[in-house]
Unconditional design. Structure first.
Ligand code: AHR
Length: 506
């Protein structure tokens, strides 16, 4: 059997994991909103039309932040269409996804829904077909307390208190030719800067403390494969460095893109380098200014996007079935590896959004009028969000590698998180498709360890969950858990092609 070692020390840490790394995304796309989180008349819907069965799964998933309303959608969105009395809201052609948008659900409903779901709203403004003035208006509507036309309009619409939304995305994927109102880096950087200026005026109290400081996310290049990648990020940041807090990065993968092993290693081979490259650009822009400010990363779209669905879809209908990928166990292993990459880069990735949340390339599926269920990728996300809260230990991992193209792929992918009570969780994927992997875990500075729980996902990699069999793929308890207290190193054998969560009580 092949073997690997992981060495870590209690006091050698990368950083704390920001809870915002366990975010997700709801776009006006397909059945994400209508038939997903919102379905008046559904047996579980409350008086606002919010599906309670979906909300229960979202809470179980452990989502902390949700980005809204897009995505590509936001680049043509008129936010005013989605406020005020529902019967007066206009239906419009939605050009990003060729649907009809009725605007029944808008910003106020979204913020109400976030409060009910106990998660943080993250709003995007349209910097495609619109610009700084409209962004400033939307900000005033949402966050200004009272006494101005737009804040009073919010109050008249039933929201006395400001929404106090902190996270604001300045547009979406603005270097993409598919984006309505796509821009050059010069055009966009300027628009982002002016938007941030019009949205936020420091709101000081008498002692000079800022009462409410929003955080701005500026669009990085929409993908590592873009010709604009890198140059765009630098040119945009050169213009708005002083005003923004995060640079966004996006990436998706598909089993169609690679051989099975390379597919599972996407987190290591693509996301990790992407994070390090974009971080270097942020720091280079800071260095030129001799600035100690650090622009962090918002990885606000990431997932497996299988792209299996039959086309064409029904154009100009309301909430058509679109991008409803049905995920396999292999996809869950890939997503597990991506989560490990995000956590291991917790010193620079401070926000991340699994794209998306319900029905559209999502961990949760629903049927209109019917049930909601967990896809395979639900499980690694839920485990990471529950047990990945704490400090990531800096590990030295050595294990077998396999050559694939220009990459040496590590068969082991792992991350160690020390919780605040001192317990340690190991997240690990054994990517060996044929054989188990023996792993020596040498946790220095932890005199005694007890493997209290070990949950595994393994088996037939093509297996899926469906409405008829919603729990076919789910974690099982490994029999080696709840063992004796031992001294480090501890040796465990990870089953072939598996996602593992090992909880050590110390
Ligand atoms: O998540 C689906 C789409 O992917 C988003 O609308 C867009 O931002 C990205 O290209």
């Amino acid at each position: 059997m092949a073997s690997a070692t992981i060495i870590a020390d209690r006091d050698f840490v990368i950083d704390r994991v920001s809870p915002r790394v366990f975010g997700s995304f709801i776009e006006h796309l397909g059945r994400a909103v209508y038939g997903g989180i919102y379905e008046p008349g559904h047996p579980t819907a409350d008086r606002n039309g919010f599906r309670q069965d979906v909300l229960a799964l979202i809470r179980e998933l452990g989502v902390t932040v949700v980005r809204y309303p897009g995505g590509n959608f936001v680049s043509g969105y008129r936010w005013e269409d989605g406020i005020g009395p529902s019967e007066k809201r206009p239906a419009r052609r939605e050009l990003a996804w060729m649907s009809t948008e009725t605007n029944e659900f808008g910003t106020d409903e979204f913020v109400d829904w976030c409060r009910l779901a106990q998660l943080e709203p993250m709003l995007a403004v349209n910097l495609g077909t619109r610009g700084p003035a409209e962004a400033g208006d939307m900000y005033e509507y949402c966050n200004h307390p009272a006494g101005t036309a737009l804040s009073d309009l919010r109050i008249a619409n039933g929201h006395r208190d400001p929404h106090n939304v902190r996270l604001w995305c300045l547009g979406n994927e603005m270097d993409g030719s598919w984006q309505m109102g796509a821009k050059t880096a010069q055009e966009y950087g300027r628009s982002a800067l002016e938007s941030a200026k019009l949205m936020y005026y420091p709101d000081m109290n008498r002692s000079g403390t800022d009462l409410f400081k929003p955080e701005f996310i500026v669009c990085g290049s929409s993908g590592r494969g873009m010709p604009t990648f890198g140059t765009w990020d630098e040119q945009v940041l050169e213009q708005c460095f002083d005003k923004v807090d995060y640079l966004s990065v996006h990436s998706y993968t598909s089993p169609r893109n690679a051989d099975p092993l390379s597919y599972l290693a996407f987190g290591d081979t693509t996301m990790g380098p992407l994070i390090r490259e974009v971080t270097a650009i942020c720091d280079a822009v800071a260095a030129k200014r001799k600035s100690s400010k650090r622009v962090h990363l918002s990885y606000d779209e990431w997932n497996v996007w299988r792209g299996d669905e039959a086309k064409p879809f029904a154009a100009w209908t309301k909430a058509p079935k679109m991008l409803e990928d049905v995920y396999t166990l292999a996809d869950a292993l890939c997503v597990g590896g991506m989560l490990i990459t995000l956590m291991n880069h917790c010193d620079r990735v401070k926000v991340a959004c699994l794209a998306q949340l319900v029905n559209v390339i999502a961990p949760i599926m629903t049927r209109n009028g019917g049930p909601a269920w967990r896809q395979t990728i639900f499980h690694p996300f839920a485990a990471a969000s529950r047990l990945g809260r704490g400090t990531v230990l800096r590990q030295v991992a050595n294990g077998p590698t396999v050559k694939s193209g220009s990459n040496d792929i590590n068969l082991l992918s792992s991350c160690l998180v020390r919780q605040d009570n001192g317990d340690v969780t190991l997240f690990a994927v054994n990517r060996d498709l044929e054989k188990p992997l023996s792993v020596d875990i040498d946790l220095r500075g932890f005199p005694k360890l007890r493997l209290a729980n070990w949950s595994v996902m393994d088996g037939d990699l093509a297996e899926k969950n469906t409405e008829a069999q919603p729990d076919r793929v789910k974690p099982r308890s490994h029999k080696a858990a709840a063992g004796e207290t031992q001294s480090s190193p501890v040796t465990v054998t990870l089953p072939k092609a598996s996602w593992n969560v090992l909880e050590f009580a110390v």
